[in-house]
Design a protein around this ligand. Sequence first.
Ligand SMILES: CCCCCCCCCCCCCCCC(=O)SCCNC(=O)CCNC(=O)[C@H](O)C(C)(C)COP(=O)(O)OP(=O)(O)OC[C@H]1O[C@@H](n2cnc3c(N)ncnc32)[C@H](O)[C@@H]1OP(=O)(O)O
Length: 297
Amino acid sequence: MATPTRPAPSPAALLIYPATLLLGSLFSVISPVARATRDSSLRLPKSAAPLAPSLAADLHLSENPVNYFARKNNIFNIYFVKIGWLWTTVAFVSLLLFQPAYRASSSLSQAQQQTRVRRALQAFLRYAIATTIWYLMTQWFFGPAIIDRSFLVTGGKCEEVMERAGKMDLGGSPSTQVETLFSAAACKAAGGAWRGGHDISGHVFMLVLATALLAHEAVGAGAFSAFSASNRADGDSARERKASDPVVSGPMNEEPDSGLARKWSLRLVWGVVGLGWWMLFMTAIWFHTWLEKVSCS
Ligand SMILES: CCCCCCCCCCCCCCCC(=O)SCCNC(=O)CCNC(=O)[C@H](O)C(C)(C)COP(=O)(O)OP(=O)(O)OC[C@H]1O[C@@H](n2cnc3c(N)ncnc32)[C@H](O)[C@@H]1OP(=O)(O)O
């Protein structure tokens, strides 16, 4: 009998990202509110972000008469996207800890345990690669992050602060001074305006990467659980399995109390993916130009 294979997520599912950006951009063109908001935000100088935003300030909705999600200080932006990789990490770790696909247990045969450990290591490697890419693109690349460097290369600069730069005593070596001035975060923190270049959307980049990673792992782990449950129902649990078989060396002897944790870890992951998609859609409507959004997805 042919060994059934675990369904892999279809690459076609990735089309949801260009479709979301397209839909959001269309909405931003068609909606008069979105158009007015974008135009005025492009005209106004960007103010420095508060260093310690309070919850009350976040909920101060009457500040601008625009859609709540068009505000940079909306609660989902501050406590979800701005620390988005932390949420991604927590959700991912919950999968590793609680999904039978990755969990080794003493009730399993040695071959089954080895398969699960191998699968968990492969998943961690995928996470580590994604984390490294996110870090280099948005946080640090031997100085300013790749997104910041591409902004500078395309003619952007830290306006207002550049004029004061000559007078500023930033300390450290000349290269440290350049790094301090030439990152978006440092520029904004110094009260400057990050303008002029091609500003790739960090939000779009991180949200696409994080949701694709988590959805890919959750589909795989969920399908594994469903497959092993149907195997149990078929009375197939006694079948001897090969360690090399990634599918059928599954959780035949899953502990009963792990069911709740398994369910909630999947809920957490899909919650993060769902909110991530929503924030991507909001970014597509309210922020950046069309080119800035597509260039990072
Ligand atoms: C031997 C083995 C080795 C293995 C080696 C690997 C190691 C493997 C294990 C490591 C273990 C690490 C473990 C954990 C790692 C953490 O947990 S890290 C800690 C948590 N930190 C984070 O998650 C940070 C995540 N945030 C970010 O990366 C950046 O904030 C983002 C999301 C990329 C966004 O960047 P950004 O500067 O906001 O840029 P951008 O998107 O262009 O937005 C421009 C403006 O538009 C606004 N905007 C855009 N879209 C929106 C929107 N939808 N709504 C509101 N405002 C918006 C922005 O707020 C921004 O406004 P300002 O703040 O500038 O005024």
